[in-house]
Design a protein around this ligand. Structure first.
Ligand code: KG4
Ligand code: ZN
Length: 337
């Protein structure tokens, strides 16, 4: 079965074609049109500009994806229906519905968060349940227990900011620009993670919830101590603060994930979402798991499948038996997990 997937939940226009059965996924094409340059001057994503850019790009992305996949026959259309920015979602959803109508193909609406989880299947199909998925994106930070395909239990989540949101906000405080997470993590490579003593919010609480807004405030207070209200002055300060902040986030994420893995006797731990592209997190969690949970296998998607892409939406569609009529597909900005 060849699945054509469309992803426009935020600022990346993605179109991918995946040839798959449940045992084997082969990516025939994966086209992404990034809008970083468009939004950078505003320091964040401007929803209406994002929607306009999706509209301009989506047909071009489709043409490239079909060409790369040798104009193969399409059996199913998959599209992200939420959560996300409604103007952006609506472009992808309406485009996908038009294709389903014109080509007379079945269509399936995919939850963006589930797409992030299924990104793990693009790299490795042998995931063993019960599995635990740490979803760390710009809008979500969740720990999901997976006991089978499409069988999830949310065991923890952030009570305020998402991990990626915290990276982006702290990057802004440090004057690092947009997109914050990747820039901050590059600066962190050159810094001393022990320079600033920042809190590890909720690390010792007996639950699997997270909180990152206090950590961001702690960074703000540290910056204010320098007497600078706009942004810190020196490169060394920025590098050290980036490294100290990043380490605080990593400590909490790893501690809670391993605790949950022990409690639920997890066979596989998966990472998903943009923050899973963070090299230091990837390195540290692999190391700690080898020492503390040698029997549990860690799965992390390739970095290009951690951030938003349409291949992960196709993978999620591959593992769902649901088929819908185009008229049933509706974008929902607040779609729940
Ligand atoms: O999953 P994603 O592409 O979009 C959402 O669904 O939100 O995640 C984007 C988030 C942003 O907050 C971005 O700053 C963060 O992922 N991110 C990173 C890195 N790359 C992307 N955060 C930390 N380190 C990175 N290398
Ligand atoms: Zn995402």
């Amino acid at each position: 079965m060849n699945i054509l997937a469309i992803e426009t939940s935020c600022d990346d226009t993605g179109v991918a074609i995946l040839k798959c059965d449940k045992k084997n996924c082969q990516l025939l094409s994966n086209v992404i049109s990034s809008q970083i340059e468009l939004h950078a001057p505003y320091g964040g994503v401007v929803p209406n500009l994002a929607a306009r850019a999706h509209l301009e790009n989506i047909q071009l992305c489709l043409n490239s994806a079909l060409k790369e996949a040798d104009n193969c026959k399409i059996d199913l259309i998959a599209v992200t229906v939420g959560p996300g920015l409604i103007p952006s979602l609506q472009i992808g959803v309406n485009f996908a519905k038009s294709l389903a109508y014109a080509w007379q193909k079945p269509i399936i609406g995919i939850n963006h968060i589930k797409g992030h989880i299924y990104a793990n299947w693009l790299t490795d199909n042998n995931i063993i349940f019960p599995a635990l998925c740490l979803i760390i994106s710009g809008g979500h930070t969740q720990l999901a227990l997976m006991t089978g395909y499409d069988q999830y239990e949310l065991i923890g989540q952030t009570r305020d900011d998402a991990a990626g949101e915290a990276f982006d906000k702290v990057a802004k405080l440090l004057g690092l620009g947009y997109p914050g997470g990747p820039i901050l993590s590059q600066r962190a490579q050159k810094g001393n993670s022990e320079k600033f003593k920042l809190p590890r919010p909720m690390i010792n609480e007996h639950n699997f919830d997270f909180s990152f807004s206090g950590l961001k405030t702690a960074v703000l207070y540290e910056i204010k101590k320098t007497g600078s209200l706009i942004k810190p002055e020196t490169d060394n300060y920025i590098n050290d603060m980036s490294a100290s902040f990043q380490q605080a986030v990593i400590d909490v994420l790893i501690h809670k994930t391993l605790k949950a893995a022990e409690k639920y006797k997890i066979k596989n731990i998966m990472l998903s979402g943009g923050v899973a592209a963070n090299q230091e997190l990837r390195r540290q969690i692999s190391k700690v798991m080898k020492e503390k949970l040698p029997e549990t296998k860690l799965r992390i998607p390739e970095t290009k499948f951690c951030t938003d892409n349409a291949a992960m939406i196709a993978a999620a569609a591959c593992f769902s038996d649901k088929r819908e009529h185009w008229s049933e597909i509706i974008a929902n900005a607040n779609l729940k997990f």
